[in-house]
Design a protein around this ligand. Structure first.
Ligand code: GL2
Length: 838
């Protein structure tokens, strides 16, 4: 085996083409990669070839750091955080890596001096959309912070061939197009074929006595699938650490099929190959909705088994015994999607490594931590026993065993409390029987956390209330955070530069430093610059909207933005009710004084979620009427921007004046978009939900537009008996708005189109839009007033950004490290002869 020191490039005394940072070297490296990797010369090269050459040039400059980082982690005594997540919504790599390596401006200059269009090349990158929304993006932010904080870490997930679908809007409706992110190749990943792992499925179990006469169980599967790891480097900002994101691809093991070929079952063998490879074909596009599909459980088990086997291999390679596994790895379950890991680690330890049950259980509990991300009942994962038994017969036995021992403890503590026992059981036996994954995760972990203060309190009280009573010490809150590298430096260079000119660059890795901006609040010139910056960015977005969607928007108008997945609980339709209210005011009095606004929406609906798709149609239909009505005189514009993704987020957060965070209180676990907006100087209109509460606490109530019922009031009203008709009849303004939709005014006279939506509001209104309507309109009227005083608005905007330090993912990761993972930074030192950073 070649050791690190033996790799020839490390002894180079001259500037190496793959590491050097002089302009000349980078220029040569681009040409070299174009020719030797892409096999192209300028005469035949496409823009994509140039993009690939550029990406390889950047990746080359990460490789030594990556290699060195990996090497250090194989040393005894280094504890590695293993973040298990079915989703990683990374977004484009190029700019982020350039920023983290400190070579953005340099590389841009070289590219441009070579006669290439840097922005064009940057925009060619297909973003890996391997996630649905907040949960997957959080995992990506956490990977960035882990590297930046120099924490040894590895992210494990699934290399979906098709990520989240691309969204087109046709005739106002969402149309889903498959996402072919890999079609032109992915320069950021390296397959590690030699580290392939086998995963078993199905079949049956068999009891036997081993040579020491101990009772054992073996699993005889009926299918084996290969997991091939694809590694992506995750650079830290301004440090040498480059952690790994290891995503697994399913492949059929050829050897397994020889028999089938020999007996002539060619098509059967091919079919099994196809079926195996289907496991990692596509990301399930449901956000916060559990659908009991077998393939989904296969995906979960597949990546979790690969990952745990991989960790065990690494641990054993260090020369350690499995008794100390939890000292090598802190494994975090990102929601219940990877929670089968609890049973799988037990199976590996007990069945394959012959560790006694009690000790294996200790190791398992010490290894796992569980983060819950939602209170929505429809999102809680559960699998029917029959499905589970067919796919994972051994795991079901293990779950029964865990359950029996666990319920024994509960019985001892709470004798004669069968209701409690039924609620805590890993098996739901109230009707058809299910395995409850949140219960499995809770029992198998030493730490359980929610993602915002309110969410954690509600978890402790409701969803995991019985577990909290049993083990209060396991619970803690870890309020979410987002990475300022991607969400300010990469996405908003104008603002980043302005901030850096005022307070230096340290804020990029110490976001609390933004507080120093408060000292400039009385500086009129600074306020002017701040305002001008926002104005310029809004101008860019306006141009983009005009060029790409043909809609003229006024950059002077208030940019009111709601971008997030479409969901009734997020209440995009409440926003629409406000738009129609303003429209009606104009129609009733065309000369009314009104603060010009541009309403910008973006977000995908799960393909099977009819109501969410109807809300998209409503937004577009209202937009068609409002945007084309001469009475409006361009004072209101409504745009739904299709295919909201990370890249588009980067464009829109910096341009927002107002951030819409209007979920029904108690429904949004945290939200992270709310943080990205405020960091970029947007003001929030929001409910007391998720992290909004903490954002408001930080920025000050006078700098936040609050409305709506509290969680307590929502519960109270529900239990008293909520009747949306009361609000409809008692509020003439609301009645007019609803009647206008019902009348077919926005649907060319079709009174049926939006009926399901209107009826749902009138007859059920599960998310209480009507109860919050007036309070929302009043808060929006305050927004209008405030925006008219631009000086005051600018002060509020600066204060919002300045007080967002808490919401850096660096703070969140530090808390996880100190309170859950017991992980500490490990500095990665590079040999002197390796080029330093720019
Ligand atoms: C979510 C929550 O809905 C969201 O409020 C939270 O910010 C993120 C990250 O913690 O997790 N839960 C969930 O299932 N999805 C989310 O976005 N998809």
């Amino acid at each position: 085996m070649t050791t690190f020191e033996q790799v020839p490039v490390f002894q180079c005394e001259f500037e190496d083409d793959r590491t050097g940072l002089s302009k000349e070297t980078i220029k040569r490296a681009l040409a070299d990669n174009l020719f030797y990797i892409q096999g192209k010369v300028p005469a035949t090269a496409t823009p994509n070839d140039y993009y690939m050459a550029l990406a390889y040039t950047v990746r080359d400059r990460m490789l030594q750091r990556w290699f060195k980082t990996t090497e250090v982690y194989t040393k005894k005594g280094v504890k590695v955080v293993s973040y298990l997540s079915a989703e990683f919504l990374l977004g484009p790599h190029l700019s982020n890596n350039l920023i983290n390596l400190g070579i953005y401006d340099l590389v841009r200059q070289v590219v441009e001096e070579s006669g290439l269009d840097f922005v064009q090349l940057r925009e060619i990158e297909e973003e890996p959309g391997l996630g649905n929304g907040g949960l997957g993006r959080l995992a990506a932010c956490y990977m960035d912070s882990l590297s930046t904080l120099e924490i040894p870490a590895i992210g494990y997930g699934i290399r979906y061939e098709f990520g989240i679908f691309d969204q087109e809007i046709r005739d106002g409706w969402q149309v889903e197009i498959t996402d072919k992110w890999l079609h032109l190749g992915n320069p950021w990943e390296i397959p590690r074929l030699e580290e392939t792992i086998e995963v078993k499925f199905g079949g049956r179990t068999e009891a036997y006595y081993d040579e020491k006469c101990r009772y054992r169980v073996r699993w005889i599967p009926d299918k084996v699938v290969k997991g091939v790891p694809y590694d992506t480097p995750i650079s830290g900002y301004n440090v040498n650490t480059v952690n790994t994101l290891r995503l697994w691809k399913a492949e059929a093991p050829e050897s397994f099929e020889f028999q089938a070929f020999n007996v002539g079952d060619y098509y059967g063998a091919v079919n099994r190959k196809v079926v195996s490879e289907n496991i990692t074909k596509v990301l399930y596009p449901n956000d916060e909705l559990m659908k009991g599909k077998e393939l989904r459980l296969e995906q979960q088990y597949f990546f979790v088994s690969c990952s745990l086997q991989d960790m065990i291999r690494l641990h054993l390679q260090k020369g350690e015994s499995l008794e100390t596994f939890h000292q090598s790895f802190a494994v975090q379950l990102n929601d219940t999607h990877p929670s089968i890991g609890v049973a799988e680690l037990m199976r590996l330890l007990v069945d394959e490594y012959e560790i006694e049950w009690d000790q294996a259980w200790q190791i398992t509990q010490n290894t796992f931590g569980y983060t819950n991300h939602t209170l929505l009942p429809e999102a809680l994962e559960k699998w029917t026993l029959s499905l589970f038994k067919n796919l994972l017969p051994r795991h079901l036995q293990i779950i029964y065993e865990i359950n029996q021992r666990f319920l024994g403890q509960v019985r001892a503590k709470y004798p004669n409390d069968s209701d409690r026992l039924a609620r805590l059981s890993l098996i739901d036996e109230s009707g058809e029987k299910y395995v409850r994954m949140a219960n499995l995760a809770s029992v198998g972990s030493h730490a359980i956390n929610g993602v915002a203060a309110l969410h954690t309190e509600l978890l402790k009280r409701d969803v995991l209330g019985d577990f909290h009573e049993l083990w209060p010490e396991k619970f803690s809150n870890k309020t979410n955070g987002v990475t300022p590298r991607r969400w300010i430096v990469v996405s908003n260079p104008l603002l980043a530069n302005l901030i850096t000119r005022k307070i230096g660059v340290d804020w990029i890795s110490h976001l609390e430093d933004l507080k120093q901006l408060e000292a400039f609040i009385e500086d009129a010139e600074f306020r002017r610059e701040w305002r001008q910056t926002k104005q310029d960015i809004k101008g860019y977005l306006a141009t983009y909207i005009k060029e790409n969607h043909g809609i003229e928007v006024n950059p002077e108008s208030l940019f009111d933005v709601q971008v997030k997945r479409l969901h009734e609980y997020k209440r995009q339709h409440l926003n629409v009710l406000h738009i129609i209210t303003l429209y009606k005011r104009i129609k009733d009095n065309p000369n009314i004084e009104i603060t010009p606004r541009t309403f910008i929406f973006g977000g995908k609906a799960a393909p099977g979620y009819f109501m969410a798709k109807l809300i998209i149609k409503l937004i577009n239909s209202v937009g068609d009427v409002v945007n084309n009505d001469p009475d409006v005189r361009d004072r209101l514009k409504v745009v739904f921007l299709p295919d909201y993704n990370v890249r588009f987020g980067q464009r829109v957060y910096p341009a927002a004046d107002l951030s819409e965070q209007i979920s029904t209180a108690g429904k949004e676990a945290s939200g992270t978009g709310n943080m990205k907006f405020a960091m970029n100087g947007a003001l929030t209109i929001g409910t007391l939900d998720g992290a909004n509460i903490e954002i408001r606490e930080e920025v000050g109530e006078e700098n936040f537009f609050l409305f709506g019922l509290t969680t307590e009031q929502v519960y109270e009203l529900k239990s008293k008996g909520y009747n949306p008709w009361d609000y409809y009849h008692n509020n003439p303004q609301l009645k007019q708005v609803i009647d206008l939709i019902s009348s077919g005014f926005f649907s060319h006279g079709d009174t049926n189109l939006f009926r399901p939506l209107v009826d749902s509001l009138l007859y059920h209104d599960p998310y209480m839009l009507f109860a919050d309507y007036q309070s929302y309109i009043d808060a929006q009227d305050q927004v209008n007033q405030a925006y008219r005083d631009q000086e005051h608005w600018t002060r509020m905007s600066i204060l919002n950004a300045a007080r967002m330090g808490k919401f850096s993912s660096d703070r969140a990761i530090l808390e996880y490290c100190q309170e859950i993972w017991n992980a500490v930074p490990v500095k990665i030192e590079l040999e002197e002869y390796i080029q330093g950073r720019a």
